[in-house]
Design a protein around this ligand. Structure first.
Ligand code: FMN
Length: 233
């Protein structure tokens, strides 16, 4: 397909309206594995470190396992939400909405028909040791963390975009990593594998997703040096 044949409006629409779907996930409707597989295939086209493709994708549908995962999520998330909620300022409706919606997901996550756990066969500590062996004399913890987990997010996001364009909703969550070893044991994930998060997947109810109200580009983007405004042109 040539560039001028790409339907840019549709591409931009999907890119700007793929929201974290929680309260509008359809908890009743069956999700065929084939659609999950198709969207993961799209995800696998994403960039990744040195094209090593250390990513692994664990799809969980078994109700007992989803229930056990939900308990892990709630154990970590409910105290976290309580702490966050106590700090939300009155009138900050946007943050209240995120908290309410996150609480809904935590309370119902076992009913979301598919859980996808992005994993990677590398570990931050192993990468740090490797960098040391390669002769770097500083602790390259940021480089290791970025290369281990950064491997997952472009592919995970492509997966979520592909779901969105097929009428499914999802949300990138990480809270269960607060008890990562418990999830690893439940799902027989080997010790040398890192989990990146948990993406609940379901058909979504309704279809009126809109671009989110984000901080203006000019507040978060600099030119040539930190703090400089990007000129027109
Ligand atoms: C690093 C990261 C961690 C996140 N963790 C969670 C989570 O544990 N639970 C959850 O419900 N949403 C989680 N989210 C989703 C965000 O809350 C959501 O993207 C944000 O509120 C903006 O909403 P929007 O994506 O609908 O625009 C996470 C997103 C990112 C990027």
């Amino acid at each position: 397909m040539r560039v001028d044949e790409i339907d840019r409006n549709s591409v931009d629409h999907v890119l700007t309206t793929t929201r974290a779907v929680r309260q509008r996930l359809d908890l009743e409707r069956y999700v065929p594995l084939d659609v999950v597989r198709e969207c993961l295939e799209i995800g696998l086209q994403a960039p990744n470190g040195f094209n090593m493709q250390n990513w692994r994708w664990l799809i969980v549908t078994d109700p007992e396992k989803r229930k056990a995962l939900a308990e892990i999520v709630r154990k970590i998330e409910l105290p976290f939400l309580e702490a966050m909620e106590s700090q939300i300022e009155e009138g900050d409706e946007q943050t209240w909405r995120v908290a309410k919606s996150s609480r809904f997901l935590a309370e119902n996550i076992e009913h979301v028909p598919v859980h996808v756990i992005p994993c990677t066969t590398s570990k931050v500590d192993d990468d740090r040791k490797l960098f040391k062996q390669l002769g770097y004399d500083t602790d390259l913890v940021n480089m290791a963390a970025s290369s281990v987990y950064g491997e997952l997010w472009p592919a995970a996001w492509s997966f979520m975009l592909a779901l969105r364009s097929r009428g499914l909703g999802s949300s990138l969550t990480m809270i269960h990593l607060g008890a990562e070893p418990e999830a690893a044991e439940l799902l027989s994930i080997p010790e040398d594998v890192s989990q990146g998060g948990l993406i609940p997947v379901a058909w979504f109810k309704g279809d009126d997703f809109k671009p989110a109200n984000r901080r203006p580009l000019k507040e978060v983007t600099f030119y040539e040096s930190w703090g400089n405004t990007v000129p027109r042109g």
